[in-house]
Design a protein around this ligand. Structure first.
Ligand code: HEM
Length: 455
C-alpha cells in the first residue's frame, strides 16, 4: 500500500518517553508545527501516549476536511471544546451536522449580511469616537472588544447594552484561554483541580451561559424578526421535517457563534494593523486606494469590490497568522494516509499555520506580501494550501461575514487614522484556541482630510 502512494510519511523528531511531543506543542507549537512539512506529507507525533497524524500536504488536508464520513469532527481540539461549548455547529458530530447546518445557514444569507454590516460600521465609528490624535491605544484590546461587540450585536441586536457586551467579551476571553489550557493537559484529572485558573474558567463559563439563557428566554417571550442572528435561529425550520432548534440547541449555537466569531476576527484585525504599521509601502498604497475610492466619505458595503489592497492585505494576514491554526478530526473507520495505515478512532490534525508557511507554495513564508494574492500570482497556490476558513462541509459558516466585516473595519479606521508602531517589546504570537498576539500599542495620527485631522 505504502509504495503506491505519491505521498511520504514520517515520524516527528524529538519525541520524549511518556510526554511524546507535548512539550513542543505547549511551548512552541507554531514553530514546531511549521517545521513538520519538511519531514513528510503525513507526520506522526505523540501527545502523551496518543498518536496524532498531522497532514502536511494541501491535497491530503483537503481530503481529510472534505471526507467527513471518514474524518469526523472530534479529536484533541474539539472533544475538549465540546464539553464546554456544547453540541453547537462547530463541535457537533457528522450525525447532527447536516440538520444543524441547514437550520443555521439562513442566518448567514447574503441579504442578512448586508444588514449586519450596518452594525459593523456603527460599532467601528463608536470605537473611534473615543480616539484622540497623538494617543497611544492598545490595538489588540480594542480589536477584541470591537469584534466582541460586533458579534454580540449581530447575534443579539436588542437589549444588549454596553455592560452585557463587556461582560460577554471578558468572559469569552477567559473561556478561550482556559479551553486551550484544558486542551493541552495530557492528564484529565488536572482539569478538575480547583486552581485559581480553573476556577476563573468555570466561573466565566457559567456567567456566559447564564447571560445567553437570559437573552434567549427574553427573545422567546417577545417573538419577531429583529434582523439579527438570534431571530434567524429562532425562526429556523427544516423544510422537509418542519423541525426547529430547541432551547438548548439555540443556547449552544449562540455560545458557538460568539466563540467562533469574535476572537478570530479580533485577532486577525489586530495582526493586520500590526503588519500595515510595519510595512509603510503597503500602508501607503492602502491609503491611496481609500482616498481614491472614498474621497473622504465613510465606506459602505458597495465600496468593497473596489478595495483591492484592503482585501489582499487582510488575506495575507489570514495566511501569515490564521486565527484557526489547528483543527482535529477523529477517524470513524480504519483508513490510510500517505500509504500509512490509520486505525479507527485515531486523531488526525490539520494545521492551517503549517500549511500556510510551507515555502514550496509561499516563498519567504514569514514575509508579509499582499501581492501574493494578485490574480496572476494567486493562481499558482495549490488548492488546500491556503485554507484560513477550512474546507468541505465544516468550512466556516461565517466566512463571508468575517471578510466583509474585516474589510469595512479596516477601511473605516484607515480612512481616518494612521496607526503607527511605538518602541516597545517585540510582538509575540500567542497561540490559544485562536492565534492571538501580545499587547500591541500603536500611536494614532489623524489622516489628512479626516474629520479628526482638524481637531
Ligand atoms: C477571520 C475570522 C474567522 C476565521 C479565520 C474562521 C475560521 C474558521 C475555521 C478554520 C473553521 C473550520 C474549523 C474546522 O475545520 O474544524 C471555522 C468554522 C466555523 N466558524 Fe469561523 N472563522 C472566522 C469567523 C467566524 C465568524 C464571524 C463566525 C460566526 C459569527 C464563525 C462561525 C463558525 C462556525 C459556526 C464554524 C463551524 C462550521 C461547521 O462546522 O459547520 N466564524 N471557522
Amino acid at each position: 500500500m505504502g509504495e503506491s502512494s505519491p505521498f511520504t510519511a514520517a515520524i516527528a523528531p524529538g519525541g520524549l518517553p511518556v510526554l511524546g511531543h507535548a512539550l513542543q506543542l505547549q511551548r512552541r507549537p507554531l514553530e514546531f508545527l511549521a517545521s513538520l512539512p519538511a519531514h513528510g506529507d503525513v507526520v506522526t507525533l505523540r501527545f502523551g501516549p496518543v498518536p496524532v497524524y498531522l497532514v502536511c500536504h494541501p491535497e491530503l488536508a483537503r481530503r481529510v476536511l472534505q471526507d467527513g464520513r471518514t474524518f469526523d469532527k472530534g479529536g484533541l481540539v474539539f472533544d475538549k471544546a465540546k464539553v464546554f461549548l456544547g453540541n453547537g455547529l462547530a463541535t457537533c458530530p457528522r450525525a447532527d451536522h447536516r440538520r444543524q447546518r441547514r437550520l443555521v445557514q439562513p442566518a448567514f444569507h447574503p441579504d442578512r449580511i448586508t444588514a449586519y454590516t450596518e452594525v459593523v460600521l456603527r460599532e467601528t465609528t463608536r470605537m473611534m469616537e473615543g480616539w484622540q490624535p497623538g494617543q497611544a491605544v492598545e490595538i489588540r484590546a480594542q480589536m477584541h472588544r470591537l469584534s466582541a461587540q460586533i458579534t454580540a450585536r449581530t447575534l443579539l441586536s436588542t437589549d444588549f447594552g454596553g455592560a452585557d457586551a463587556n461582560e460577554l467579551a471578558s468572559c469569552m476571553a477567559i473561556v478561550s484561554k482556559g479551553l486551550y489550557r484544558q486542551m493541552l493537559m495530557p492528564v484529565a484529572a488536572l482539569q478538575r483541580l480547583p486552581t485559581p485558573a480553573n476556577r476563573r474558567f468555570h466561573q466565566a463559563l457559567a456567567r456566559l451561559r447564564a447571560l445567553i439563557s437570559r437573552v434567549v428566554a427574553d427573545y422567546r417571550r417577545h417573538p419577531g424578526d429583529r434582523g439579527d442572528l438570534l431571530s434567524a435561529l429562532l425562526a429556523a425550520r427544516d423544510e422537509d421535517s418542519g423541525a426547529t432548534l430547541d432551547d438548548q440547541e439555540i443556547h449552544d449555537q449562540v455560545l458557538t457563534l460568539m466563540g467562533a466569531g469574535s476572537e478570530t476576527s479580533g485577532n486577525a484585525l489586530a495582526w493586520t494593523f500590526h503588519y500595515l504599521g510595519t510595512h509603510p509601502d503597503v500602508e501607503t498604497r492602502l491609503h491611496a486606494e481609500l482616498d481614491a475610492v472614498l474621497a473622504g466619505r465613510a465606506p459602505h458595503i458597495g465600496d468593497l469590490p473596489q478595495l483591492d489592497v484592503v482585501r489582499r492585505a487582510f488575506t495575507e494576514t489570514l495566511r501569515l497568522r490564521p486565527p484557526g491554526w489547528l483543527a482535529t478530526r477523529i477517524t470513524t473507520t480504519a483508513t490510510e494516509l500517505a500509504g500509512r495505515p490509520i486505525p479507527a478512532g485515531a486523531n488526525v490534525a490539520v494545521s492551517h499555520y503549517a500549511l500556510h508557511h510551507d515555502r514550496r507554495w509561499f516563498p519567504h513564508p514569514e514575509h508579509f506580501d499582499p501581492d501574493r494574492w494578485l490574480p496572476e500570482r494567486a493562481h499558482r497556490v495549490p488548492r488546500g494550501a491556503m485554507i484560513p476558513f477550512g474546507a468541505g462541509s465544516r468550512k466556516c459558516i461565517g466566512d463571508t461575514l468575517a471578510l466583509t466585516s474585516a474589510a469595512l473595519v479596516m477601511a473605516a479606521i484607515a480612512n481616518r487614522w494612521r496607526l503607527g508602531h511605538q518602541p516597545g517589546p517585540t510582538l509575540r504570537a500567542v497561540p490559544r484556541m485562536t492565534l492571538g498576539l501580545s499587547p500591541l500599542h500603536m500611536l494614532l495620527t489623524p489622516r489628512p482630510g479626516s474629520p479628526s485631522a482638524s481637531d
